[in-house]
Write a protein that binds this ligand. Structure first.
Ligand code: 5GP
Length: 179
């Protein structure tokens, strides 16, 4: 059992629950993509811990690429999505699975989905570790969800607050977020 970081109010999802759920997601994805070679497209930087665990739980053949988007500053979405790093390879005719840490309003992924669709992938699906589905501002179809979470600002397991806390092995709630 990991100890609670002093800046956190509580642990929302302990590391053993994350491990079990990520393994189950990996099995489901492996089954769904059997005989295909999907590109797992990680959205940096938040996806990094989830991606590395998910990848190791997928038994189907697959490749990995990354994209870097930015819409958050501190604990607030700026509402404007910027692409900081684009994909290396073409996705035309390929099966693409976006791997994201958390979906909140859905604006970031709606932007990415629309952008990637113009590149004509064979299929395009979304896998997120955490889903704040009550906060959605746009309609978004998310095929694989690790955990539904409440509307609170979460850190750990790759998620940051001003670049801190990504290394925590669990997902937790910050004690206080400046407004
Ligand atoms: P959306 O565009 O869906 O509102 O926001 C998606 C992005 O916002 C995520 O990729 C993540 O970077 C950030 N985000 C949303 N909610 C949280 C949260 O509770 N904690 C952290 N650390 N980032 C969040």
């Amino acid at each position: 059992m990991s100890s609670l970081h002093p800046d956190l109010e509580k642990i929302l999802i302990p590391s053993d629950q994350i491990r079990t759920r990520v393994q189950a997601l990996g099995q489901e994805i492996s089954k769904d993509y059997q005989g295909r070679v999907p590109i797992l497209l990680g959205v940096l930087k938040g996806c990094l811990v989830f991606m590395s665990d998910l990848l190791r739980s997928i038994t189907a053949e697959c490749s990995v690429d990354f994209i870097c988007l930015s819409s958050y500053s501190g604990d607030r979405s700026s509402g404007v999505v910027r692409m900081i790093l684009d994909l290396k390879e073409s996705i035309e005719g390929k099966d693409v699975l976006i791997v994201e840490d958390i979906v909140d309003t859905g604006l970031t992924l709606a932007y990415l989905r629309d952008n990637l669709r113009t590149r004509q992938p064979r299929s395009l699906e979304i896998c997120t570790l955490l889903d704040k589905s009550d906060c959605r501002k746009v309609s978004l179809s998310v095929k694989y969800v690790g955990f539904k979470v409440p509307n609170q600002f979460l850190v750990g397991y790759g998620l940051d607050y001003n670049e801190q806390y990504r290394n925590l092995p669990y997902v937790g709630i910050l004690k206080r977020v400046l407004n």
